[in-house]
Design a protein around this ligand. Structure first.
Ligand code: NAP
Length: 293
């Protein structure tokens, strides 16, 4: 059985769909498995006895993580190791998702897995602690770091942009942060392909040959400003006109308090060389997402 946490999140929902052909799935939300509660994590995993846990749950709000540092550290920093510990006792494996916010974003080129993490926010620190916790337990595992995740479901930049345009409100987006918008569905489908290819859904110890940390994001790069314009270019007629009104902004002029990495680009060469495929350019996915929207 595959246990998916964060079942209603952007990624969690897509994982429920993409992993369905691999075997029975149980998906849980924060009420069923509150990650700040160590006892609950242990109880739920002991009761459900999953072969693999796919942990898509996290305290994902960067700004709130600054204010709720202890909670962010419990959910993002401590919980992954507790999950890993319980899964290890069952002889299972863990797929854990993390973020490029473990880097400070000052590097000029895309970050690869060998770059030393240096978080610039409480959020990034909590995610880095979570990764270290999983590695420390020493079970068969994969850690996928991704960035700029969006889709038609959940709270994300694409939906916020379309809603702001529909409300006729001003859109000012930073033009000095670089990243690759990554469709939640493709991260989920890449996870499914990896689990199928390696046979890990049935034999989690297969991950021992592949285990470790991988960067997994769309190809290409853009800025939030250009991404907003690209979204509106692909929107239906009344919203499309709004594209010309999107204004560029320097991050330091913007409303967000927490520091985001100026360079959020992830080098996915290790993933591609290991598993033999890559996520396409972000524009190709955006075409599909906007058709679906
Ligand atoms: N979104 C991005 O741009 C982005 C970028 C880089 C990495 N990632 C990583 O990708 C993964 C999935 O992100 P996402 O975009 O799908 O996030 P999301 O849409 O914000 O979903 C997060 C999920 O975590 C659950 N959750 C929050 N607090 C919890 C708690 N205390 N106990 C149990 N569950 C809790 C939420 O459950 P409820 O709905 O029940 O509250 C929600 O389902 C995360 O590891 C995230 O860090 C995302």
């Amino acid at each position: 059985m595959i246990l998916i946490t964060g079942k209603s999140g952007q990624l969690g929902w897509e994982l429920r769909r993409a992993l369905a052909p691999l075997g029975p799935i149980t998906a849980v939300d924060a009420t069923e498995l509150p990650l700040e509660d160590t006892g609950a994590i242990r109880r739920v995993i002991r009761k459900l006895r999953p072969t693999i846990v796919v942990n898509a749950a996290a305290h994902t709000d960067l700004d709130n993580s600054e204010k709720q540092g202890e909670l962010a550290m419990a959910i993002n920093g401590a919980a992954p190791a507790i999950i890993a510990d319980e899964v290890k006792r069952l002889g299972g494996g863990l797929v854990h998702f993390s973020t490029g916010c473990v880097f400070d974003g000052v590097k000029k080129s895309a970050y690869d897995e060998g770059d030393p993490p240096r978080p610039a926010s409480v959020y990034g620190e909590s995610r880095l602690a979570g990764e270290a916790g999983v590695r420390g337990v020493g079970l068969p595992h994969l850690i996928f770091r991704t960035n700029w995740v969006y889709g038609v479901r959940g709270k994300n930049f694409l939906r916020a942009t379309l809603e702001t345009a529909a409300a006729g409100l001003p859109l000012r987006e930073s033009n000095d942060q670089r990243g690759a918008p990554t469709w939640s569905r493709l991260v989920a489908e890449a996870t499914a392909l990896v689990l199928a290819q390696t046979g890990a859904a049935q034999r989690p110890d297969a991950l021992e040959d592949y285990g470790g940390t991988y960067h997994l994001s769309a190809a290409g790069e853009t800025t939030w400003f250009e991404f907003a314009r690209a979204i509106l270019q692909r929107a239906p007629a009344p919203l499309r006109a709004y594209e010309a009104q999107v204004m560029p902004l320097a991050t330091r002029e913007g409303p967000l308090r927490t520091r985001r990495p100026a360079n959020a680009l992830l080098d996915c060469t290790k993933f591609t060389e290991t598993f033999g495929f890559a996520l396409p350019d972000w524009r190709e996915s955006l075409d599909l997402v906007m058709e679906e929207w």
